[in-house]
Design a protein around this ligand. Structure first.
Ligand code: GRF
Length: 213
């Protein structure tokens, strides 16, 4: 079993998808040991409580420019729970290169577009879907990728395509991508990486830019 921490900042629907997948027996090599939230009082924390998963709040705003202090507190929680895999599920903070290096090939992230489109540091939340609609793409989707030094630049683990409809708004596209792609591929990718960790496989590190950079 791979002890896994899910990092959240907001609603936590992807956390819910992970819990549901685990309950269906679809993540047999994953233990959801800890939820880490960068914000206090969000619904993701309530979801953790509902499912009796331990949670900690490490408020990003309390550390302001002190990313090292923020990550030092994160590390103490990760050590305490002996965490081997980190799943970023709507986590809004970018880690320092040192933190990424220390957890190399052990941090994955879900991005609500088909990387390398509509990704990089300016693309989060509804902006991603707004940009996709403005560009007139006919399909979009979601990507789970390894986290490396480049925002949304790590090795792609899974992707899933979702149709864009003519009358889509950023909100309707966001919801369809979550329902049809994110909640499906995040648990699958988590299980894939957990199996690789157990097997001791080294995952090839790749660095790629987004088209938009
Ligand atoms: C998702 O769209 C995810 O792709 C992005 O942030 C959003 C988080 O949603 N990284 P939730 O908190 O899991 O509901």
């Amino acid at each position: 079993m791979v002890k896994t921490a899910v990092f959240v900042s907001g609603n936590g629907s992807n956390l819910e998808a992970l819990v549901a997948a685990k309950a269906r027996g679809e993540m047999e090599h994953v233990t959801l040991s800890l939820v880490v939230s960068s914000k206090a009082n969000n619904y993701a924390l309530q979801r953790a409580k509902n499912h009796s998963i331990d949670s900690v709040v490490v408020e990003r705003k309390r550390y302001r420019d002190d990313i090292v202090g923020f990550e030092t507190e994160l590390r103490s929680h990760l050590k305490r729970y002996d965490i081997q895999l980190i799943v970023l599920a709507g986590f809004l903070t970018v880690f320092s290169p040192l933190f990424v290096k220390d957890y190399e090939n052990r941090i994955i992230n879900i991005h609500p577009a088909l990387i390398p489109s509509f990704c990089g540091k300016h693309f989060y939340g509804l902006r991603v879907h707004q940009a996709a609609l403005e560009r007139g793409v006919k399909v979009s989707g979601a990507t789970v990728h390894m986290v490396n030094d480049i925002v949304d630049g790590g090795q792609i683990i899974l992707q899933k395509v979702v149709d864009v409809l003519e009358d889509d708004t950023p909100e309707s596209l966001q919801l369809r991508i979550m329902e049809q792609a994110e909640w499906d591929i995040l648990p699958k990718a988590t299980e894939i990486i957990a199996r690789q960790i157990i097997a001791g496989q080294i995952i090839a590190e790749q660095t790629r830019e987004c088209f938009d950079e």
